[in-house]
Design a protein around this ligand. Structure first.
Ligand SMILES: Nc1nc2c(ncn2[C@@H]2O[C@H](COP(=O)(O)OP(=O)(O)OP(=O)(O)O)[C@@H](O)[C@H]2O)c(=O)[nH]1
Ligand SMILES: [Mg+2]
Ligand SMILES: [Zn+2]
Length: 312
């Protein structure tokens, strides 16, 4: 107890605050308030750390340190399956879902991102990239019309030709770029941030997919009040961490039907008689494809629950 080197008072006196700007497995790059970049490890095996986290570190050797503490988060954006969570970013104000004319983008994946964003109350912007590839623009635009009708802002750009239309949306925001591989997230970063030099790679036309070029998230400062995070492409986005009761609220157009309109108060909106959502889809008031995505999420959540009960 008399060892001053490990006393909490001394530790807190020498701790420095910084932000996680890159994550590499269990190694993190931290930018301190003074602008120093340190490579840090987490002490012990406590929880996870995400790009954008504010942390307290203890410098060890020059250029290195140990993360002692993660400061309280405004939010944490992550994906999950029944077994594990994959942290993506912390303390963001805006999720930018990047889709493109090619490769083909998945609307169901957009729906999953939206449920996660709604659950964390994070605002969303949908960016349609590669609009210079004019022959495919109309197909992608048509697919996005639904999201525009729902009230999500949608912006068409060509990151290789002109990034300026995106810039007003980034002002004073802490944005996270997310999307399937090959949509052009890192190309957007390169157009926005001089010297970023993010690796980008030609897509595979044969596979209609990107090549998973980005493997680690990284945060960039656009100006004093605005940051943006590039993240690895993902073809799936599990939302096991979202409570079943909150799934339907993640579909914003369902909300008017969720205030006791169904016959059963615990309606799961699957096959129950007197379900207001099923009726609304039948009447064309809500999009049947989105309802089907919701029902698949709910069925998966039910299966997970059964499995957990059986294995406990
Ligand atoms: N024609 C055209 N090609 C683009 C545009 N933006 C990106 N690309 C190309 O699309 C390919 C994939 O771009 P990336 O920036 O690597 O895509 P990504 O979303 O970062 O992919 P991952 O890191 O794998 O998730 C590259 O060949 C880019 O040059 C664009 O606006 N127009
Ligand atoms: Mg990338
Ligand atoms: Zn119902």
């Amino acid at each position: 107890m008399s060892d001053k080197r490990s006393s909490p008072a001394r530790n807190s006196a020498t701790r420095i605050e910084g932000q996680v700007i890159a994550t590499f497995g269990r190694q993190y790059e931290i930018k301190t308030r003074a602008g120093l970049i340190l490579t840090c490890f987490m002490r012990g095996k406590k929880g996870g750390i995400a790009c954008g986290d504010q942390v307290e570190i203890l410098p060890t050797t020059p250029g290195q340190g140990v993360i002692e503490n993660v400061l309280p988060r405004v939010n944490l954006f992550y994906r999950s399956d029944a077994f594990r969570q994959k942290l993506i970013a912390a303390n963001i104000t805006q999720l930018i879902i990047v889709v493109a004319t090619i490769p083909t983008f998945s609307e169901a994946l957009i729906d999953h991102y939206l449920v996660a964003a709604e659950n964390e109350k994070i605002q969303v912007l949908i960016v349609l990239n590669k609009c210079d590839l004019s022959e495919t623009v109309h197909v992608a635009t048509e697919k996005l019309a639904l999201y525009q009708q729902l009230g999500y802002p949608c912006l068409s750009i060509s990151a290789v030709n002109d990034i300026k239309p995106l810039m007003p949306y980034l002002h004073q925001q802490k944005s996270l770029l997310i999307g399937q591989s090959g949509m052009g997230k890192s190309t957007i970063i390169n157009a926005l941030i001089p010297g970023a030099q993010r690796a980008t790679k030609e897509i595979s036309l044969a596979l209609d997919s990107g090549r998973h070029t980005t493997t680690h998230a990284r945060l960039y400062a656009i100006d004093a009040d605005s940051t943006i995070i590039d993240s690895p492409g993902m073809q799936e986005f599990g939302i096991s961490h979202i409570d079943k009761a909150n799934l339907a609220r993640g579909f914003i157009e369902f909300r008017p039907y969720l205030n006791g309109s169904c016959k059963f108060s615990n309606c799961r909106h699957l096959t129950e008689p007197g379900c207001a959502l099923l009726l609304a889809a039948k009447k064309g008031e809500i999009n049947a494809r989105r309802l089907a995505v919701y029902q698949k999420m709910m069925e998966e959540a039910e299966r997970r629950k059964d499995w957990l009960v059986r294995s406990s």
